[in-house]
Design a protein around this ligand. Structure first.
Ligand code: NAD
Length: 349
């Protein structure tokens, strides 16, 4: 395994990781360790080229700095990516090589699962490094973070409804949900339990069929979900779903979901605000997962109450973001970023 530093102006450390024996090609980016060790998941997916993968890891690691600060965790922001199709190219040997790269950073970066990775894969990495969380078993193991992410998003939807629709009660509210994967599937169950009416889309037809059967969800084609007749749009699949093409077509007055990087550009957050659509900034709304992972990294003995208390604090932070945005007539996305950056600056001072 070879790990080579890449010069950077924006991040503390960036590395290109290769391993000839296993075909590993990836990157690790440590954006900031001001609040604590950089933490953020390992993603494996096919990229157009190395430049696209590098851009992804740089953007995602900065996002983790904001997310961890917004969740008030003593963790900085980092991320790792592997180029390749996880279904065909993920091998234990390749994962172990990545584990050795993580270990070589001596705890300045902690990894966990992200797209293309499972708790079992984290177990493979754990054979090479102690700086891995989201494990299925062992002391302090936190397992799959998705149900906690879903709980945090559910809280964000309720809070957004209270602010924009006058009540947190979701009974009878229509929620358009994009993506019924680990988070979206759990969120759908929570929303159904709260009496919401679901409109769903997923590129996996088996998942929409299941939601239609067990939750009475209405299924719409993927490219139409953002424009569904609903009060709330919950993106739980892909990034950049809020863009100059989709925003004019939104009929919901609230957007709150789990997907990372929902805004194509910061300007799109301002356009949502100008249209009177309340947007729960993604890196605040979806912070439940990293809170769950943090309990493992920080070796919290009584994790249940600790996670609950952190989720409540995250909800309070979102409420404060909405308050400031309203008072100062600013986009919540801009306000949330300023709140997170102020927390990092205060620690650095
Ligand atoms: P997942 O891979 O389990 O689920 C994603 C789902 O979206 C799949 O069912 C997939 O078929 C579907 N999908 C993909 N493209 C789609 C499209 N164009 N239209 C409709 N459906 C589509 O992923 P996940 O863990 O549920 O994560 C969902 C999103 O939330 C991702 O953006 C992820 O980065 C983000 N997120 C996840 C967590 C977590 O704890 N898992 C935490 C924070 C953020």
């Amino acid at each position: 395994m070879q790990i080579t530093a890449i010069a950077t102006q924006t991040h503390e450390e960036v590395y290109r990781v290769t391993d000839a024996a296993t075909g590993l090609l990836g990157f690790i980016a440590v954006h900031s360790t001001t609040l604590g060790p950089a933490a953020g998941g390992l993603r494996m997916r096919t990229y157009r080229d190395e430049a696209e993968a590098l851009e992804d890891v740089l953007r995602l690691s900065r996002g983790m700095s904001l997310k961890n600060a917004a969740a008030d965790l003593p963790l900085g922001g980092g991320k790792a990516v592997i180029l390749g199709d996880p279904a065909r190219e993920k091998t234990p040997e390749l994962l172990r090589a990545m584990g050795r790269a993580v270990e070589s950073l001596k705890g300045r970066y902690w990894t966990a699962e992200d797209m293309g990775m499972s708790t079992d894969d984290m177990g493979v990495l754990a054979g090479e490094t102690g700086f891995v969380a989201g494990l299925a078993g062992g002391a302090f193991a936190s397992g799959d973070p998705s149900p906690v992410t879903a709980k945090g998003v559910f809280n964000a939807i309720r809070l957004s409804a209270a602010r924009r629709l006058g009540s947190a009660d979701l009974a009878g509210r229509r929620v358009a949900l994009q993506g019924l994967g680990h988070v979206g599937g759990a969120l759908a169950t929570l929303l159904h339990g709260a009496g919401a009416r679901l409109i769903v889309s997923d590129i996996d037809a088996a998942r929409t069929a299941r939601a239609a059967g067990s939750l009475g969800a209405e299924v719409v084609p993927g490219e139409m979900i953002h424009a569904a007749e609903a009060e709330i749009f919950a993106p739980c699949a892909i990034g950049a779903i809020l863009n100059p093409r989709s925003i004019p077509e939104l009929r919901a007055s609230i957007v709150a979901g789990a997907a990372n990087n929902q805004l194509a550009t910061p300007e799109d957050g301002r356009v949502l605000h100008a249209r009177g659509i309340l947007y729960a900034p993604d890196f605040v709304a979806n912070g439940g997962g990293i809170i769950n992972v943090a309990a493992e990294i920080l070796r919290i003995a009584d994790r249940g109450p600790w996670v609950e208390q952190k989720l409540a604090a995250l909800d309070a932070t979102l409420g404060a973001v909405f308050d400031t945005a309203r008072r100062e007539n600013r986009a919540p996305s801009d306000v949330a970023e300023a709140v997170a950056e102020a927390r990092i600056r205060a620690e650095a001072a």
